[in-house]
Design a protein around this ligand. Sequence first.
Ligand code: E4P
Length: 215
Amino acid sequence: MKFFIDTAQVDEIRTVNEWGILSGVTTNPSLVAKSGRDFREVLQEIVEIVDGPVSAEVLSDDAEGMLAEAEPLVAISDQITIKVPMTAEGLKAVHRFSQKGIQTNVTLVFNANQALMAARAGATFVSPFLGRLDDIDQDGAQLIAQIAHIFDVHGIDTEIIAASIRHPLHVTQSAENGAHIATLPFAVMEKLLHHPLTVQGIDRFKRDWEKANKG
Ligand code: E4P
C-alpha cells in the first residue's frame, strides 16, 4: 500500500515528502478553503514538490461543468487527477476524462456498487471514505476488503484509495484489506511514526554509550 497525504497545506506535504514515503496528494474543497489560498497556485506548488498524482476536486453538478472546471487544472501538470463526486453526472464526466487520457479519482464512495460503477466508467482511482462510514456505525474497513475482492475477481485495475482516515488503526486495516493507497491527514502520518519502545530504546542506547565512553 502506498501513502498519499490528504491536505492542501504545502508545508505538511514538503515535510512528509522528505521522509521519502509520499506517492501522491489528495485535496478537497474543504481542505483548500481551510488553506485560504488560491487553488491553482497551491496545486502548482504541490506538483513541484511531489512526484505523483495530485487530486483536485471539481464542484459542478453536471458533467459539462466538471469538464470545463477541469481544463485549467489539468493545464497545470499531467500529475493533476480530477476528483469527481460519485453521481450519474460524475460517472459521465469520468468516462469523458478517461477518453481524453485524464486521470480521475471518484470520491465520496460509500458502498461496493458505487466503486464498481466508477471503475467501469474508467476511474483511475476510487475513494471509499472509512471514517465517515464508521461515524454512522458502518464498517469502513470492511468496505475496503469488499471492493478489493470485487476488483480482484473481475480483473479491474482501478486503484483503491482508502480515504477519510482518522487514526493509525484505519491505516493498518486498509493495508491488510487490500487498499492500494491510503490518503492520510498529516496528524495521522505523524502518529504512525511513534512507538514508546522506539523512544525508550533510543534513550537507552544513548545512555549506555555515554556511560561506556565516559573518561
Ligand atoms: C479524500 O480524498 C478526502 O479528501 C478525505 O479523506 C475526507 O476525509 P474526512 O472525512 O476526514 O473529511
